[in-house]
Structures are given as structure tokens and as C-alpha cells.
Design a protein around this ligand. Structure first.
Ligand SMILES: Cc1cc2nc3c(=O)[nH]c(=O)nc-3n(C[C@H](O)[C@H](O)[C@H](O)COP(=O)(O)OP(=O)(O)OC[C@H]3O[C@@H](n4cnc5c(N)ncnc54)[C@H](O)[C@@H]3O)c2cc1C
Length: 374
């Protein structure tokens, strides 16, 4: 067993920052190394489900999140008709327990900022504009090299560096995220007072059109379609045109999309690292280890849970060895694989135009699983 006094975390996303809080709270020296330049006000929305909120409450940021975000306990499905008629209203499962909402819509930069500030209050250092380009392990620790030639040595290095993880490649795990055949537009638009929950339309001009409130004033709207190479910035009129083809609230959304709207387009990919998620003292968490289309909105939740479980195992053992890494892996693989498998299944049904797919059955299995604490 190697004692862990100093941890390097590559990536200041949901996984890396949450891990930083848990480890710093346990008295471990933590540096989060992030290639991005720092806090940005640009970004999209995110839905955090109860199981993610449970962990975020554990690190003490729930009141701030509730103040910024928009809680919800139900959703509606509308028809692709001219009025977008509501066909079904559903109570969402409160996967974080009855004392938390089923989900919280949030502006992504708000989530990052809240967890980053909490990590720094715990004593973690978040270092921006620092791109990790090299990793070397020896008996003395893990030496990390930065793009400017600088180096640091850690007892444990965590690759929380997202879908195209550099750390993953540097430790010889050869994984190429696979295309799923679908992609999505996302735009942040003003929230009309009458929209108080997630609502979505299956079918119509594209696979899915939906929206989700993220604050008192804003919501994010998205349209899922066959994957395409798009120039997002130039294409905002195309998104407005697409939105206008839907009825009901979509007419207002279409009118609200202008050149000033924050518009994103992402092609959905998927991967799950087979076998171990670690090599020696370097371990992967979050999207670096597993990634899926956002059809169940559980990617960030899995990343946040990974962070909680890895921290618990390291702190309990006061160090790392293969057994600690294996325990972390064993606790995470069943949940992460279920989410990846289920999310990909939902996308395949859309892409293959399967009639009457058992979406409720898939969602039920996921909800019943993630209701249990990670
Ligand atoms: C369209 C879309 C919608 C989604 N909606 C939801 C949702 O509603 N709910 C949900 O739970 N999930 C959602 N997800 C999934 C969610 O966004 C991810 O699962 C989550 O962001 C993963 O967090 P992470 O911390 O693992 O990685 P990331 O958030 O990708 O963070 C990785 C960080 O590492 C940094 N980095 C990368 N390489 C280096 C390097 N070499 N050196 C230093 N830093 C580096 C990056 O700059 C980045 O900041 C969605 C995904 C997509 C694509």
C-alpha cells in the first residue's frame, strides 16, 4: 500500500472538482490541473438527477445549487402536432431520496463554479491553463508533464479529463469513442412562466425536441437528430428554422433563437473502458472511463458518483494499491455499464426507427438501480 498525501486530478469538470472536494476534506493535498483558461460564462444547461444531487448535498453545496437551479419532480410528453398537445404527464422517480427533487436543471457554468469554489474552500488548488501532456510512473510516484514543460509529482493521479482523455491514452488504454448516429442542438432561451418542468416531443421533424428549465429566467431547449457535421455558430438560423417546425411552446422558442443565443451542437459518442480503469497509481473516472449519449441524463451523475466512491475507497485505505483500485472499479462498473448500455439502447431505437420501443422499461430499470446510493 502506497500512502496518498498528494493527489493530482486532471480535469476540472464535474468528476474532477467533486473528487477534489472529498479528498481535500479528508486532509489530502489536491491539485486540479485544467487545460481551459478558467471560469467561463459561456455554456449550456444540464439536468442533474436525484442520485447526483445526493452526492452534491453530501459535499454541502445543495443550498447554493437550489438557489441557482430549477427543481422538478415531473415531466410531460407532448405530441408532434400543431399544438404540441400534452399526451402524458409523469412523476419522475426521486432517485436521491424523498427529501431531494427528482432533478435539478442548471446552467453548467453555475454548477462548475459552485463546486470549484467549494473545492478551494476545502483547500484544493485548481490550476487553469495547464495541459497535461505526459505521465510517467516510478516507485516514487507519478510524474506529470505539462505542455509548457513544467512537471509535478503526485502519489496518485486521476484522469478526470473527459471523453477524449489524454491520461487514458498516456497510460496505454486504447479506446476510441464510437459514433452513435445521433447528435443534438442545444440552446439557452428565456423560460416562459408556464414551462415548469422538462417536456419532450418524440417524432415530428426530428427524433426528439425537448426543453428543461435551468433557472427562474432560463431554460435549455434541445433537438436530437441524425448526427451531422454542423458549424454551430453560423447555423443558429437553422436551429430556429427547425424549432419553428414544432408546435405549441416551440413557436416561442423558435422566435427566441437569435445570433445572441448560446447554441451548441454535439454528436453523441459512447465508450466504456473494458477491464481495469487504472494502471499502477493512475486511475480514470467520469467520461474518461465511460461515456454515453445524454438520453437518460446520467453522464454527469455517474462522473460525480465515481468521484465519491473513489474518494471513499482511498480515504478508507489511507493509500492506494491494486486492491483499492479494484474495489473502486467493482463498485462502479455495474452502474456505469447499465447507464452506457441503456443510453445507447435508447439512441439505437431512435436511429433505427424501431416502432414502440420499451423506453419506460429501460428508464424504470435505471431509476431503480441508481436509487440505491453508489
Ligand atoms: C449534449 C450533451 C448533453 C448532456 N446532458 C447531460 C445531462 O443533462 N445530465 C447529465 O448528468 N449528463 C449530461 N451529459 C453528460 C455530461 O456532460 C458528462 O458526462 C460530464 O460532463 C462528464 O464530466 P467529466 O468531469 O467526466 O468530464 P468533462 O466535463 O468533460 O471535464 C473534463 C475536463 O478535463 C479537461 N481536460 C481535458 N484534457 C486535459 C488535459 N490534457 N489537461 C488538463 N485538462 C484537460 C477539459 O478541459 C475539461 O474541463 C451530457 C452530454 C452531452 C454531450
Amino acid at each position: 500500500m502506497v500512502p496518498v498525501d498528494k493527489v493530482g486530478i486532471v480535469g476540472a469538470g464535474a468528476a474532477g472538482l467533486t473528487l477534489a472536494v472529498f479528498l481535500a476534506d479528508a486532509g489530502i493535498e489536491v491539485e486540479v490541473l485544467e487545460k481551459g483558461a478558467g471560469f467561463t460564462t459561456l455554456g449550456s444547461g444540464i439536468t442533474l438527477q436525484g442520485n447526483a444531487l445526493r452526492v452534491l448535498r453530501d459535499i454541502g453545496v445543495w443550498p447554493e445549487m437550489l438557489e441557482k437551479g430549477y427543481p422538478s419532480n415531473s415531466m410531460a410528453i407532448r405530441a408532434p402536432d400543431p399544438d404540441a398537445t400534452v399526451v402524458v404527464e409523469l412523476d419522475d422517480v426521486r432517485t436521491g431520496g424523498e427529501d431531494l427533487p427528482a432533478s435539478l436543471g442548471m446552467y453548467r457554468p453555475d454548477l462548475t463554479e459552485i463546486v470549484r469554489a467549494r473545492a478551494e474552500r476545502a483547500g484544493a488548488q485548481v490550476i487553469y491553463s495547464t495541459e497535461v501532456t505526459g505521465v510517467e510512473q516510478s516507485d516514487d510516484g507519478v510524474t506529470v508533464t505539462f505542455s509548457d514543460g513544467g512537471q509535478r509529482v503526485f502519489d496518485l493521479l486521476v484522469g478526470a479529463d473527459g471523453i477524449n482523455s489524454t491520461v487514458r491514452r498516456l497510460i496505454g488504454i486504447d479506446v476510441t469513442p464510437a459514433a452513435t448516429g445521433a447528435g443534438a442542438w442545444r440552446a439557452i432561451v428565456p423560460r416562459p412562466a408556464e414551462i415548469t418542468r422538462s417536456e419532450l416531443i418524440y417524432g415530428g421533424p426530428r427524433y426528439i425536441a425537448g426543453y428543461c428549465p435551468i433557472s427562474a429566467d432560463w431554460m435549455y431547449a434541445y433537438i436530437v437528430e441524425p448526427a451531422q457535421d454542423r458549424d454551430v455558430v453560423a447555423d443558429w438560423p437553422e436551429l430556429a428554422r427547425l424549432a419553428a417546425q414544432y408546435g405549441g411552446p416551440w413557436q416561442g422558442i423558435a422566435g427566441a433563437i437569435t445570433e445572441d443565443t448560446a447554441v451548441h451542437y454535439t454528436q453523441f459518442t459512447t465508450h466504456l473502458v473494458e477491464g481495469d480503469w487504472h494502471r499502477g497509481r493512475v486511475v480514470l473516472i467520469g467520461d474518461a472511463a465511460h461515456n454515453c449519449p445524454p438520453t437518460i441524463a446520467q453522464g454527469a451523475a455517474m462522473a460525480i458518483e465515481d468521484a465519491a466512491v473513489l474518494a471513499a475507497e482511498v480515504v478508507k485505505a489511507h493509500g492506494v494499491d491494486d486492491e483499492v483500485m479494484d474495489r473502486f472499479h467493482e463498485r462502479r462498473v455495474p452502474r456505469a455499464s447499465l447507464i452506457v448500455r441503456s443510453s445507447v439502447q435508447l439512441v439505437s431505437w431512435l436511429v433505427d426507427e424501431v416502432p414502440n420501443p420499451d423506453v419506460p422499461g429501460v428508464m424504470h430499470e435505471v431509476a431503480q438501480t441508481v436509487k440505491e446510493p453508489a
